[in-house]
Design a protein around this ligand. Structure first.
Ligand code: TEU
Length: 593
């Protein structure tokens, strides 16, 4: 039987799959789902204040339905001083007025559910805002809250509050030390991120149970799961030892003492018992886990251990970080990318589950980073990257605008940036003597604001995002690259994503098939097969701007196979054309009779 994505029925009309092995019939719903991440600040602004909001999102749900995604993951919308755009929360059980109200939220959730989709909340519980009442009480040492956060005295023999007197040498992710001095008590509190994001003390069972109660409250309100911010950092080695100091680094690396720390599995199993267990089969849980390796990920996602459904790992988005870190990028070697992603496919093949992503609100745009955002190849390379990712085994995540091939923004000067990570890095690096132009160049290529420019709905002055002045400038390329134009063009990046999503919904081999990497050493071609029962898929992509021949051995046995997806309109099959053109990709399917 051959399968044409155009004939795949609409998800709402999908019949229960018949005649599949038990394993797939029992498979959790999220294994065949595609998640779409919304960064509320930059998605759609209904009230014209230049900042996106919940009513804006609600007004765009039909667009998401048209794309075909199953789940909407909402980055934080809780009350927040917005030091880190909402990842600094001052009240876990309300909505920030800038985004709307709880009533707006309920309406959005109902709209999502009415369209047969689900909604996953961002859960940020490694830290709160320093303006959260818990931290205010902790700092003032009232209400028994002191040990809800991590307080430590100065390093022995040092004068508290003076340089170098911090309890240990750990650096924060956002530059500077990970400790902030508190005049009132003469002690320091830990903040792995900004000084306005104090780390909660997970050793304290009261803290954990307050978090679980809050999570249950959202589930009772109807949300369908959680994306859990840096959840593998919550358990810290209680000795708080100094970390190793790399050449030229101002601070030590504390990560060995808090990445997947001593009690992390215990905490997640407790959370599962206290929160998730009451909703069997209903939720999606994904732990964001910087520094996690495959072996740890298998433990986190083994269903028998009852922790989380899947994790976001960072290996593949760290491969282009240079010796000076993420803002000192180096060219990516395709063989390294394949080795990394291939190892994750293998490592979670029989136990656990992968999440798949190129983009999110912390990463530069994939088409600029791994593809080619120039006029000739932007669409082709966006489609090729999408095809490669979506044909892997795992749950794909699409970040807003990725489905349009949105590119990095042309930031001219440091004033164009808004992100605390970029601004702090610039200030620290320049103060330490770095060349400002070089630092800016790093921010342009790797800065998180690339992902945060307004969603490009149309060619109007506010890109259809706002009728006001956007909080961060829209990419001027929205005149060409926008949703309105792409919805009307069946050959657009948008419609390519739509086909990939439909393919996952209709082709069990995409969801459940095994994975075999071919040509692992090739620096231009990304080629693999998927197999399930008698069905096999061949995915071949040329991730380069020059034509590349496909080795004959790869094509053996694929003569006459059906093309399911391609990014050049005239690709009937691979038989007569074993050369892949610039950024060409193709997915073939064959089935034994
Ligand atoms: O990010 C965690 C993280 O480790 C990084 O991706 C981080 O954002 C940074 O870029 C490291 O260089 C999560 C959120 O996704 C991010 O937006 C927050 O800023 C951070 O946690 C703190 O909550």
């Amino acid at each position: 039987m051959s399968l044409d994505v155009r004939s795949i029925p609409d998800r709402s009309a999908r019949a229960p799959q018949e005649g599949r092995p038990d394993r797939q019939e029992d498979a959790p719903w999220w294994q065949s789902a595609v998640v779409y991440q919304v960064y509320p600040r930059s998605f759609a602004d209904a009230d014209g204040d230049g900042i996106g909001d919940l009513r804006g999102i609600a007004s765009r749900l039909d667009y998401l339905r048209e794309l075909g995604v199953d789940v909407l993951w909402l980055s934080p919308v809780y009350p927040s001083p917005q030091d880190d755009n909402g990842y600094d929360i001052s009240d876990y059980q309300d909505i920030d007025p800038v985004f709307g109200s709880l009533a707006d939220f309920d309406e959005l959730l109902a709209g999502v559910h009415r369209r047969g989709m689900k909604l996953v909340m961002d859960l940020v519980v490694n830290h709160t805002s320093d303006e959260h009442p818990w931290f205010r009480d902790s700092r003032a040492n009232v209400g028994g809250k002191r040990d809800w956060y991590v307080w430590r005295p100065a390093r022995p023999g040092r004068v508290p509050g003076t340089p170098g007197a911090e309890p240990n040498n750990w650096g924060s992710f956002f530059s500077g030390p990970a400790w902030e001095f508190d005049e009132g008590s003469g002690e320091y509190y830990l903040h792995l991120f900004s000084r306005k994001q104090p780390d909660l003390n997970w050793e304290n069972p009261r803290v954990r149970h307050a978090v679980y109660a809050m999570m249950r409250w959202w589930l009772e309100r109807g949300v369908d799961g959680f994306r859990m911010d840096v959840i593998n950092l919550v358990s810290k080695d209680q000795r708080f030892p100094d970390g190793a100091v790399a050449d030229g680094a101002a601070h030590g690396d504390g990560s060995p003492f808090y990445v997947c720390g001593p009690r992390i599995h215990e905490y997640l199993q407790e959370m599962h018992r206290e929160v998730f267990a009451a909703h069997p089969g209903r939720l999606l849980t994904v732990g964001e886990m910087p520094g996690v390796d495959v072996d740890q990920a298998r433990l986190f996602t083994d269903p028998d251990r009852a922790e989380v459904d899947m994790v976001f790992q960072f290996e593949h988005v760290g491969l282009d970080h240079g010796p000076g870190g993420k803002f000192d990028p180096r060219p990516l070697r395709l063989s390294e990318l394949k080795r990394s992603l291939g190892r994750w496919q293998e490592g979670l093949a029989t136990t656990g589950w992968n999440s798949l992503y190129w983009n999110n609100h912390d990463q530069p745009r994939a088409v600029s980073r791994f593809g080619d955002d120039g006029p000739r190849h932007r669409e082709l390379s966006a489609k090729a990257l999408a095809t490669v990712l979506h044909l892997h085994r795992g749950t794909p995540y699409v970040y807003q605008g990725e489905e349009l091939g949105m590119a990095n923004a042309p930031f001219a000067a440091v004033d164009d940036f808004r992100d605390i990570e970029s601004l702090n890095h610039y200030a620290h690096a320049v103060a330490a003597g770095a060349d400002p132009e070089r630092v800016l160049d790093g921010l342009r290529r790797m800065g998180r604001d690339n992902a945060r420019t307004p969603m490009q709905w149309d060619a109007s002055p506010g890109a259809g995002f706002t009728i006001g002045t956007p909080w961060i400038a829209a990419n001027p390329d929205h005149l060409r690259v926008n949703a309105a134009a792409q919805l009307a063009d069946p050959s657009s990046v948008f419609h390519h994503y739509r086909r990939l999503i439909a393919l996952r919904h209709g082709e069990p081999a995409v969801v459940h098939g095994d994975f075999t990497m071919l040509l692992p050493e090739d620096e231009h071609l990304y080629v693999f097969t998927r197999g399930l029962g008698g069905t096999a898929l061949l995915v071949a992509a040329n991730l380069d701007g020059a034509p590349r021949p496909l080795p004959a051995a790869v094509l053996e046995g694929w003569g006459g196979a059906r093309v399911l997806v391609a990014n050049y309109a005239d690709r009937p099959d691979l038989g007569g054309f074993p050369v892949l053109r610039p950024w060409e990709c193709v997915v073939l399917r064959r089935a034994s009779a």
